[in-house]
Design a binder for this molecule. Structure first.
Ligand SMILES: [Zn+2]
Length: 165
């Protein structure tokens, strides 16, 4: 696969990804500036070698409204990589959504209180907190900006832009 380049808006928030060749063209056209380059695989053009951009920043401010990522079962399972957060089971068919602090104990429907849990773990935990059920404690967060773009394994250079809102 051709190397991809992360495109940031003027506020350094990720917008999308494009092929690194397309990113190179945007820089040549003066529509973007390079923020990071890949250390290997330079771009060869007109008998010269150019550094291949890994992150670019465009001059426009474009608001992506990341806050709209909905708290749904598919989104939660995707965030948790279809893995039970308690035992590590990847049996997709048995995955459920667990409220870390149960709703009956005041737990909320928020990104930080829901995790993927297999049926066994969810059943064992019941309407208790993980501590009360003697299970390992788990942490959940709002998915990162990059996650919202469908990027799960970002290159090192991209990681500074994965912070969550
Ligand atoms: Zn489990």
């Amino acid at each position: 696969m051709a190397k991809q380049t992360l495109v940031l808006n003027s506020a350094y928030l990720p917008l999308t990804t494009v092929s690194s060749l397309r990113a190179f063209v945007l820089i040549v056209l003066g529509k973007a500036e390079a923020v990071h380059y890949y250390a290997d695989e330079p771009i060869r053009a007109v008998e010269r070698e150019f550094l291949r951009p890994s992150v670019i920043r465009i001059s426009k401010y474009i608001d992506m409204n990341y806050g709209k990522l909905k708290l749904t079962k598919p989104n939660i399972l995707k965030r948790d990589n279809f893995t039970c957060q308690y035992c590590g089971s990847k049996d997709r068919g048995s995955l459920t959504i667990d409220h870390i602090v149960p709703r009956s104990k005041g737990g909320t429907d928020t990104w930080s209180n829901v995790v993927a849990a297999c049926w066994n773990c969810n059943n064992k935990k019941g309407s208790r907190t993980p501590e009360q059920a003697g299970m390992k404690s788990v942490k959940a967060t709002r998915p990162s900006y990059l996650y919202a773009l469908g990027i799960n394994n970002p290159p090192e250079d991209w990681k500074p832009y994965t912070f969550t809102k």
